[in-house]
Design a protein around this ligand. Structure first.
Ligand SMILES: Cc1cc2nc3c(=O)[nH]c(=O)nc-3n(C[C@H](O)[C@H](O)[C@H](O)COP(=O)(O)OP(=O)(O)OC[C@H]3O[C@@H](n4cnc5c(N)ncnc54)[C@H](O)[C@@H]3O)c2cc1C
Length: 491
């Protein structure tokens, strides 16, 4: 009897009253995930996680508004990401699910002129008609234009293979694994020029002009860089023309806002510090507004690592912060006014037929100048992308009448996308940074668009789900009494 009692007491001491993880009779516990960053990557992650039905998502955003690099104001149309392409399945599905309307992102027919700043001339211009554009393109670039198209499609086809894979539940620990599986890894160590040349596009030395005109212009407008960027990002930059591109009426930020409607969203709430409870293995996130979010199963950082600027305490042993690319600064200037057409082309006048002009020679005060689609009925509004601030004095040359100017600077617009060096040990960009802590922006070193960030978001949602299924904890065990923790050397 005495021994039996002793046995009961010892059993109780060794096993305080916590429920067994494998206790199948316990009701399933909902998991809690905090997503840091309310841009498209954070919104897409929240949306994909929400689809599982048993995960509660809180999104914390440092700014007062959602969207991150998807941003517009009442006066200015897209200051950041303006278009997605027909083949971007996630963007198209978000737009459909949220019942949003799309439109061409630029005013008029979306015609484009390639502008040589040194000679003050438009060297090539598309036309509102596809046939006419094709004719002009063949006339100036010959078969190089066809080879470019073919090269781009071959790359895009590889990228599109991600959708069925993700539908089947395939996930990747690193961006490299994903790119390898899609057959895209070799294109990260290759420049766009080399890739296009391998399809027969003539280089400058071979007498071709496509690379230093059309290709350079598209890399310049999309990434503020030139045709020497990696072949994957380069082909994404060469994405389609007018009618294949879409923007949401009222701003692409409506996608982000729409996706986050169903979730707990905190704005003006910058995540500053992450700590992990040694016993429960749950995270706590400290916010800049003094609040905190506790008992969090998993954290997803959906922002470039450097800008997130987080500090940590008690992280799991396998946690290691990611490597992050450096980013290009981009200035955006909106001008309401009347353009001085003679500045661009004395014969034709830029305003007559180009809604977008893109610089093809290096240097010069702007990368692109485009007529945007809405606001102020009485004046046209132009959007200028540039490497440096565009000063009022220059604007007075370009515009015969300037009514209003709005300037914005993106410190971290897009990553520098130069091809990676071929090394025996290629870098690893981890989506999974340690136990239940994830990073969506891992893919950005290779390519940066709303769609590719959404692909990364789906991958992270799959990883989170996989981890939750693997570590099947049904309830959070209550914290043992102090004496128990002392006994186990936890204090
Ligand atoms: C000028 C410009 C034009 C572009 N054009 C296009 C285009 O036409 N088409 C296209 O597809 N892509 C375009 N892009 C690229 C596209 O915008 C990005 O790839 C995409 O928006 C990145 O989304 P993200 O959510 O990963 O990052 P971000 O949009 O940068 O979002 C990160 C968010 O996290 C927040 N944050 C950071 N740290 C913290 C913290 N500690 N706590 C809380 N919140 C935090 C930030 O405030 C931000 O809101 C463009 C980008 C720029 C800059």
């Amino acid at each position: 009897m005495c021994y039996a009692l002793l046995f009961v007491i010892i059993s109780f001491l060794l096993h305080p009253s916590v429920s067994s993880p494998a206790d199948s009779a316990s009701p399933p516990v909902r998991r809690k995930v905090v997503v840091i960053g309310g841009g498209i990557a954070g919104a897409a992650t929240a949306s994909f996680l929400g689809d599982y039905g048993d995960i509660d998502v809180t999104v914390v955003e440092g700014n007062s508004h959602l969207g991150g690099r998807v941003f517009s104001t009442a006066w200015t149309p897209e200051i950041g990401a303006s278009v997605y392409h027909d083949v971007n399945a996630y963007m198209a599905s978000f737009v459909k699910r949220l019942n949003l309307t799309t439109a061409l992102p630029y005013a008029g027919g979306g015609t484009m002129g390639l502008w040589n700043h040194s000679s003050h001339s438009v060297v090539f211009a598309t036309s509102p008609g596809d046939l006419m554009t094709m004719g002009r393109s063949l006339w100036r670039y010959g078969r190089d234009a066809l080879w470019m198209q073919r090269a781009r499609e071959a790359m895009v086809e590889r990228l599109l293979a991600i959708y069925p894979k993700q539908e089947e539940g395939t996930s990747y620990e690193t961006a490299e694994e994903m790119l390898e599986d899609l057959g895209l890894a070799p294109f990260l160590t290759m420049s766009l020029t080399e890739y296009l040349a391998s399809f027969g596009v003539r280089t400058e030395e071979q007498g071709g002009v496509l690379l230093q005109e059309m290709v350079r212009a598209l890399c310049c407008i999309n990434y503020g860089q030139d045709e020497t960027i990696n072949a994957l990002a380069g082909c994404v930059a060469l994405k389609g023309r007018g009618k294949e591109l879409h923007g949401v009426v009222g701003g692409n930020k409506r996608i982000v806002e729409g996706l986050l409607k169903a979730h707990d969203v905190r704005t003006n709430a910058r995540a500053t510090h992450i700590s992990r409870d040694e016993y429960t293995k749950l995270y706590k996130i400290q916010l800049s507004n003094g609040e905190s979010v506790s008992d969090v199963d998993a954290i997803v950082v959906a922002a470039p690592w450097e800008t997130a600027n987080l500090t940590f305490h008690g992280m799991p042993a396998d946690f290691s912060p990611p490597q992050q690319p450096s980013y290009v600064t981009t200035h955006v200037t909106f001008v309401a006014g009347v353009i001085n057409a003679t500045y661009f082309d004395a014969d034709t006048g830029a305003d007559d037929y180009h809604t977008m002009l893109i610089r093809v020679d290096r240097g010069g005060p702007f990368r692109s100048l485009g007529k945007t689609r809405h606001f102020h009925a009485s004046q046209s509004v132009y959007k200028i992308f540039s490497d440096n601030k565009v000063h009022d004095e220059y604007l007075r040359h370009v515009f015969s009448d300037v009514v209003e100017v709005y300037r914005f600077t993106w410190q971290g617009a897009y990553p520098f996308l130069a091809p990676l060096k071929k090394t025996s040990e290629p870098p690893a960009h981890f989506f999974s940074l340690g136990f239940n802590i994830f990073h969506v922006s891992a893919l950005e070193y290779a390519v940066s668009t709303m769609e590719t960030q959404s692909i990364a978001a789906r991958n992270v949602a799959l990883l989170v789900r996989r981890e939750f299924l693997r570590h099947n904890r049904t309830i959070i065990p209550p914290r043992p009494k102090t004496w128990w923790r002392w006994w186990n050397n936890e204090l």
